[in-house]
Design a protein around this ligand. Structure first.
Ligand SMILES: Cc1cc2nc3c(=O)[nH]c(=O)nc-3n(C[C@H](O)[C@H](O)[C@H](O)COP(=O)(O)O)c2cc1C
Length: 361
């Protein structure tokens, strides 16, 4: 029987365990989205993960609205990622990077006062810190034209190409958490009347075009995608998540991807969600490839999920923030360090690269 310590082949790679590091934005790329030495040290510290999925990384400046988040759309950023890939590979790790366009969540403060883009001119709820201050509310975005949709798909392709040229092992398309791809998928935002809106297949078209184009460019064994079928981040909703996301994974079957990654905590782990709204089992039935699941897992619940054949691997987010040697701690049943939430998005090494390893690791 497989447990979290058993190896697994996903896409082009044989991975040494099934304890994956979930993508975690940490806002340490302080110079124009260029990954720096501190980030290389941080990812290198976590190289014993079966797979690191590095943080959300912008495919274009127009899609970047998060303080000090990295990008992968110019040579300097690519060189920064190359250093990270080298450090992780020196320690026999594997690393994908999550490719991201934030759509309407990009505040105009980040883009010289221009309006951000989305599937439709629908404002999402919430606010973020921008270079002009805290709690800056989102704007009403502009709907992408069809030719701009094509240009955006190409931005994902270009960033994926850069990822491979930087020596990263692959990419994860960020289709989750209310960002641009999700703004097309869910009908609470997508009000389009062309072939990118209306029916479920139309709302999935943008995602499918990105997946297809990226797979053509770098090969499907280096491509994953993350979806969050039931969360309502930034107020995003869908009238029928089960139908929408079952169809999404059904359509994804044709690509032979490295994986589909589902962010959806289980209701029984204390999350305020009705058991009937928990869609991962339905998605498991509909998806023939490898599934990564994430959201509130610990060693025990992760092993149970694998024993129940709920997924091929488990991604851990916050546990990896405070435990660079999470794999070794699980192996020895060592206590876990609790993360300090006040340093999740600060810019220094404190709360980033200074979490202790167990003795002897
Ligand atoms: C500080 C922080 C940053 C995050 N950044 C990202 C991100 O860049 N991309 C993403 O898809 N999810 C992001 N998430 C969500 C995590 O990947 C993960 O889904 C979440 O923490 C739940 O998993 P956990 O219970 O193991 O922590 C972030 C979460 C936290 C706490």
């Amino acid at each position: 029987m497989n447990d979290i310590f058993s190896s697994i082949t996903l896409g082009d790679y044989q991975l040494s365990n099934r304890i994956f590091m979930a993508p975690l934005s940490r806002g340490r790329a302080v110079e124009n989205g260029v990954p720096n030495a501190m980030m290389a040290e941080y990812y290198g510290q976590r190289a014993s993960a079966g797979l690191i999925i590095a943080e959300a990384t912008a495919v274009a400046k127009s899609g970047l609205g998060w303080m000090n988040a990295p990008g992968l759309y110019n040579d300097e950023q690519q060189a920064g990622w190359k250093d990270i890939a080298e450090v992780v590979h020196e320690k026999n790790g594997r690393i994908f990077v999550q490719l991201w366009h934030m759509g309407s969540i990009v505040h105009p403060d980040f883009i010289e006062g221009e309006l951000p883009v989305s599937s439709s001119a629908v404002r999402q709820q919430g606010s973020l810190t921008t270079p002009k201050g805290r709690d800056r509310e989102f704007a009403v975005p502009k709907a992408l034209t069809r030719s701009q949709i094509g240009e955006t798909v190409q931005q994902f392709v270009d960033a994926a190409k850069r990822a491979i040229n930087a020596g990263l092992d692959g990419i994860e398309i960020h289709g989750a958490n209310g960002f641009l791809v999700d703004q097309f998928i869910r009908d609470g935002i997508n009000q389009r009347e062309d072939e990118y809106g209306g029916s479920i297949d139309n709302r999935l078209r943008f995602m499918m075009e990105i997946v297809n184009a990226v797979c053509m460019e770098i090969g499907s064994g280096k491509v994953g995608i993350r979806l969050s079928p039931s969360n309502k981040v930034w107020g995003i909703t869908d009238s029928n998540p089960q139908a929408t996301f079952s169809r999404a994974v059904t359509l994804l079957n044709k690509f032979n991807l490295a994986y589909v990654h589902i962010l959806e905590p289980k209701p029984e782990t204390g999350h305020a969600m009705a058991a009937s709204d928990y869609l991962t089992p339905v998605l498991r039935e509909n998806y023939q490839g490898s599934l990564i699941i994430n959201g509130g897992y610990n060693k025990k619940t992760a092993n149970n999920a694998l024993a129940n054949n709920e997924a091929e691997a488990i991604a851990f987010g916050t546990p990896f923030i405070a435990n660079p040697d999470l794999v070794e701690r699980f192996q020895t049943d060592a206590a876990l360090t609790q993360p300090d939430r006040t340093t999740f998005y600060t810019s220094e090494a404190k709360g980033y690269t200074d979490y202790a390893f167990m003795d002897g690791v």
